[in-house]
Design a protein around this ligand. Structure first.
Ligand code: HEM
Length: 378
């Protein structure tokens, strides 16, 4: 039963070994909320999150020890459950700084990082506005789905009157490893996912690719990161009718071991120059791994932390399934460059569709006694 502290230099839930379950939620501030309301909300969210990460109920009296004639402060479904490795990670969307009408509702417009803008439209994007954007976001991860859901439920309840849920996503089954201590899981295409991910133990890569440097302007985001969330629908019925050889060509790795098609085992570096029959490289030039690899992106890397999802079925009887992609990077440009490369040429595009999206600035961790994002309001 893992437990991770809420307070610290960085927020938990980024380089924390990816837990098995996700409840992600994006919120909009209410039209009447003031700067003071926003600050109080972040303070209330931070205190509640700190309690829940210790496995405690929210509020002074929790779920069953409060006044008998009032609704309990905590909703109660996590009573008797362990900490479950819960992490709660908060992010700020571009619209928190300047809303759609150009208004600076909370007096923070001058603090908006130049890079915190809506993501560009990528080729074939099919975004649903109801699963896109948001003033604020919360990523709750745990090894127990009930613990992650309890966290989002109670934080939504605390926000009542100040912010309301805009969209949310449940995820089961991590699709990446973020620590060398973890085995590589599989996505819904049945392939190992997370092999070539940045791992927490690779301190140099984490420092250079994940955390916003101290020299950044505005300085309130130093020690934080940028989170990209993409709800990617996978047409798995079509995928399941595709030959194994074609599936492996699309990914650029074997389905069983997850080794690059250029040879070796799972963690052997891919060699994109090795030629197969008829002068064809063993790894297709348009395979997902080739196009996403640092060699094809001027060395750019990101930390992936996504989840599988199946939300029942659609009206055509197909599984409403896919990958809820989450990545962390010190600059949104890292994601944008890789995704532009993929969106144009990736062989996988025939089987996926990006239907939801969000970009959020994720502040550094809160100090004990303080709250997430405090540096934004000094
Ligand atoms: C690698 C699947 C979307 C970036 C991989 C691998 C698989 C995979 C199976 C190989 C194993 C590994 O190294 O993790 C998928 C699926 C996706 C998806 C099923 C969508 C449904 C994306 C997106 C991005 C991305 C949107 C970023 C824009 C990467 C990167 C690698 C990778 C950077 C590592 C490449 C390398 O250095 O070898 N992905 N991926 N993927 N993917 Fe994706």
């Amino acid at each position: 039963n893992a437990s991770y502290p809420f307070h610290g230099t960085h927020q938990s839930g980024i380089v924390t070994p990816a837990q098995d379950r996700l409840h992600f939620a994006a919120f909009d501030m209410s039209s009447t909320a003031s700067r003071a309301d926003l600050i109080e909300l972040l303070q209330d969210w931070s205190s509640a999150a700190a309690l829940m990460c210790q496995g405690k109920p929210v509020g002074e009296f929790g779920a069953v020890d409060g006044p008998y004639d009032a609704p309990p402060e905590d909703t109660g479904e996590a009573l008797d459950l362990p900490t479950g490795g819960l992490t709660i990670t908060f992010g700020f969307g571009p619209s928190l700084f300047v809303d759609a009408s150009g208004a600076d509702r909370f007096g923070i417009a001058s603090q908006q990082p130049a890079e915190l803008r809506e993501l560009p439209h990528f080729p074939a994007d099919d975004l649903d506005p109801q699963r896109t954007g948001g003033d604020l976001c919360i990523q709750a991860c745990s090894d127990d789905p009930q613990i992650a859901v309890h966290a989002i439920r109670n934080l939504s309840r605390i926000a009542f009157g100040r912010a309301s849920l805009r969209w949310s996503q449940l995820g089961f089954g991590r699709t990446s490893s973020t620590s060398t201590s973890q085995v590589t899981p599989r996505n819904l295409f049945g392939f190992k996912d997370g092999t070539a991910n940045i791992k927490a133990e690779q301190l140099g890569k984490v420092m250079n690719s994940v955390w916003v440097p101290a020299s950044a302007t505005p300085s309130w985001l130093a020690g934080g990161s940028y989170m990209v969330a993409r709800r990617i629908r996978m047409t798995i019925e079509t995928w399941d009718r595709t030959a194994l050889s074609e599936q492996e060509r699309i990914i650029g790795r074997t389905k069983g071991e997850g080794s690059p098609l250029s040879g070796g085992t799972e963690f052997t570096a891919p060699d994109f120059a090795v030629l197969g029959r008829a002068d064809k490289p063993l790894i297709d030039a348009d395979s997902h791994v080739r196009l996403a690899h640092p060699e094809s992106n001027a060395g750019t890397e990101i930390l992936r932390r996504g989840y599988n999802f199946v939300d029942g079925n659609d009206s055509l009887g197909r599984l409403e399934a896919g990958l809820f992609f989450i990545s962390y990077q010190r600059s949104p440009a890292q994601f944008i460059d890789i995704q532009m490369n993929l969106a144009k040429n990736d062989l996988m595009n025939e089987y996926i569709r990006h239907v939801g999206s969000g970009l959020f600035a994720v502040p550094a961790g809160a100090k004990q006694g303080s709250y997430v994002g405090a540096a934004l309001f000094v």
